[in-house]
Design a protein around this ligand. Structure first.
Ligand SMILES: NC(=O)c1ccc[n+]([C@@H]2O[C@H](COP(=O)([O-])OP(=O)(O)OC[C@H]3O[C@@H](n4cnc5c(N)ncnc54)[C@H](OP(=O)(O)O)[C@@H]3O)[C@@H](O)[C@H]2O)c1
Length: 256
């Protein structure tokens, strides 16, 4: 018997990195999972690997409220139940500061990392509150919203300050949402990873040479499976236990 048997999860940004590893960890623990990202070929490969009995795909832009509605509908239509474990993961980085980052990319990053995350938090909360009402109590079945922040959303990093600002923002939304829906039975967790080796660094436009040197200095850095295992641990807790904030770094990463 799996620790997440009976759970229906939704993971955005599941075509790579942390989201993909989390979808895999959830299925291994017995959950059924709606996966979202824009790259359909990657989602198809994941679905073929994990099996269509456990995976439902909902491709599209995770910051589009209509796509978010479709993700939540997919949980119902594929698995006959509301999503009770939502991972707000889709996001992107951006190298540089207020002065040095590319301003042409600011809007896209803010839309995905902050506005999109808020839309998903809102719609997921509404669906979970309706599910709790339908069940008649919150204690018999857990409901989780897990939000991906970052250590640069907790400690100022002048080297990626525009990206960091979106993670400061999403961290404050997660804590505000926890205070709003926690008393009604929904657990909201903020997970703030340090450096994780994924496609993130390439998408963000980090200089491979200097970032590679940093990873060598601070490494071994985290693997996506380290984050997935932590998210699974958060979800496995009994309903009356809520893990609020988790900061997770590679052991030798001193900053941020
Ligand atoms: N890696 C790190 O060091 C690190 C540290 C702290 C926090 N984080 C956070 O962790 C989360 C996951 O990052 P990662 O490291 O796994 O990066 P990644 O390997 O680049 O994966 C990002 C995922 O997000 C998806 N995505 C991006 N924009 C999207 C959009 N508009 N709609 C739907 N999906 C979208 C990508 O899929 P498609 O391109 O197929 O859409 C991909 O599946 C992000 O929120 C990131 O800020 C990462």
């Amino acid at each position: 018997m799996g620790s997440l048997d009976g759970r229906v999860a939704l993971v955005t940004g599941a075509s790579a990195g942390i989201g993909e590893a989390t979808a895999r960890a959830f299925v291994q623990a017995g959950a059924r999972v709606v996966v979202n990202a824009r790259r359909t070929d990657r989602l198809n490969a994941l679905s073929n690997e994990l099996g269509i009995a456990h995976i439902a795909m909902c491709e599209g832009d995770a910051s589009d409220p209509a796509v978010i509605t479709a993700m939540l509908d997919a949980a119902q239509s594929a698995f006959g139940a509301a999503a009770d474990l939502v991972v707000v993961n889709a996001g992107r980085g951006l190298a540089g500061s207020v002065l040095t980052s590319d301003p042409a990319q600011w809007d896209d990053m803010i839309r995905v990392n902050l506005a999109g995350a808020a839309h998903l938090m809102r719609q997921a909360s509404e669906a979970m509150l309706a599910d709790i009402d339908r069940r008649g109590d919150w204690l018999s079945h857990p409901h989780d919203i897990v939000v991906l922040g970052s250590t640069v959303g907790r400690h100022i990093s002048p080297f990626s300050s525009m990206y960091g600002s979106t993670k400061f923002g999403v961290g404050s939304l997660a804590e505000a949402l926890r205070r709003e829906v926690g008393p009604r039975g929904i657990r909201v967790s903020l997970l703030e990873p340090g450096i994780v080796r994924t496609e993130f660094q390439q998408v963000a436009g980090y200089d491979p040479e200097s970032f590679g040197a940093l990873m060598d200095k601070l490494g071994p850095v985290l693997d996506p499976s380290d984050i997935a295992r932590t998210i699974r641990f958060i979800a496995e807790q009994p309903s009356h236990v809520a893990i609020g904030d988790v900061v997770i770094r590679g052991t030798r990463q001193d900053y941020p």
